[in-house]
Write a protein that binds this ligand. Structure first.
Ligand SMILES: [Zn+2]
Length: 179
């Protein structure tokens, strides 16, 4: 079975309307958190910037949460602006829902395929693994990975998931010979 891997090359931008300039794109930049203590309660924000006017936008990660509810390592990560914690926080669908933005994955990911050796035994089975939750349409991804037209993909691929529906999780498919 051939492995294909979908992985991000950088953090995606955020589609988020800026109240100052009306731009709809923001970036995490280097990735910064702000932690504010109020007695035994903590607020944690992820700070992002409008790509047009540089305005800082605060995204609520935790609102008025008891200090005791935090794992010390997690809290340390917020204080240190740990890049992995920035990434996992940004990619958590809960953050997007709570702060009303969507992720813009354009140009922020790639598909890695092993150098194709399709001359081996037919049919060829491929497993697609998602290292990051990049939303892609399987028919588009397979067409790109194999250098086929989308019509040819629909004709030659056997797969038990809907090929035209965007997904963010792994799947396998079988490529039938072209004749
Ligand atoms: Zn702006």
């Amino acid at each position: 079975m051939l492995p294909w891997v979908v992985r991000r090359t950088r953090l995606p931008l955020l589609s988020l309307r800026c109240v100052d300039c009306g731009s709809e794109s923001a970036t995490t930049g280097d990735g910064r958190f702000r932690v504010n203590a109020n007695g035994k309660l903590l607020d944690v924000w992820l700070l992002v910037r409008c790509v047009s006017c540089d305005r800082t936008i605060k995204l609520t990660v935790h609102g008025r949460a008891p200090v005791s509810s935090f794992d010390p390592a997690e809290l340390g990560g917020y204080h240190a602006n740990d890049p992995e914690l920035v990434a996992s926080t940004l990619l958590d669908p809960l953050l997007a829902r709570r702060n009303r933005f969507t992720l813009d994955w354009n140009g922020a990911w790639r598909l890695d395929t092993p150098s194709a050796r399709l001359d081996e035994a037919w049919p060829v089975q491929v497993e697609v693994v998602f290292e990051d939750p990049v939303p892609v349409r399987p028919d588009w991804l397979i067409a790109q990975g194999l250098g086929l037209s989308r019509n040819e993909v629909l004709r030659r691929i056997k797969c038990d998931i809907p090929l035209r529906r965007t997904r963010i999780a792994g799947f396998t498919f079988i490529l039938m010979t072209g004749d």
